[in-house]
Design a protein. Structure first.
Length: 205
């Protein structure tokens, strides 16, 4: 899976002014007046949507960059960061979708090339695109939990794959958490989205 670490928009005052009508500094002052980081992401997000009618990209960006401006860190010393989610409805059973993750040959058909895979709890995934992950937990046909280990691209970040049956189809949902920059978040959102398109084509072809 090729990952282009590029944000959809620059995260700077000029881009914020063009996209939202205010600079980052002005938004941060607005959020300080609203009550500061203690309000939490949900309340701040609701404020930015309900009161200021911002689009989701800017809501997430302002929320997370505001936390960064205040130096907020989790117990591991890193920012909570961005979370992205990619979903695809696939005309296949959950077990068939799960099987597309369960062997090197199956992954070669949609995720990348030349996979090496030890598909078990504690196992690992690598491929020729530089993708690296450790497998934390497998719940067959339901969830796969990974820690993404790729150097320079989401290193040490959790990934969860869910398989949700929906009639004759399965919704495959990939959630990638703790991404530290907007470029990582947008890069992985695009990359996972494109990978799921290939997965869908493979299983429905």
């Amino acid at each position: 899976m090729k990952i282009e670490l590029r944000a959809d928009h620059a995260v700077d005052d000029a881009s914020a002014m063009a996209g939202t009508g205010r600079t980052l500094k002005q938004w941060f002052a607005e959020l300080d007046a609203f009550g500061g980081p203690g309000k939490g992401r949900r309340e701040i997000g609701n404020r930015l949507y309900d009161t200021h009618k911002l689009d989701p990209w800017w809501i997430a960006t302002l929320n997370i960059e505001y936390e960064a401006a205040h130096g907020l860190k989790e117990k591991d010393g890193r920012a909570k960061g961005y979370t992205i989610c990619a979903t695809k409805s696939v005309k296949a059973a959950p077990d068939a979708c799960h099987a597309a993750f369960a062997s090197a040959g199956a992954l070669d058909a949609w995720l990348g090339s030349k996979h090496a895979l030890d598909f078990r709890d504690g196992g690992a995934l690598t491929n020729a695109d530089g993708n690296r992950a450790t497998i934390r937990k497998i719940n067959p046909g339901k969830t796969i939990k990974l820690v993404w280990e790729q150097s320079g691209a989401g290193e040490g970040t959790p990934v969860e794959v869910k398989f949700q049956p929906a009639g004759a189809k399965t919704t495959v949902m990939i959630t990638h958490d703790r991404l530290q920059t907007r470029a990582e978040a947008d890069g992985f959102r695009r990359a996972w989205g494109e990978a799921l398109e290939r997965l869908k084509a493979k299983l429905e072809g």
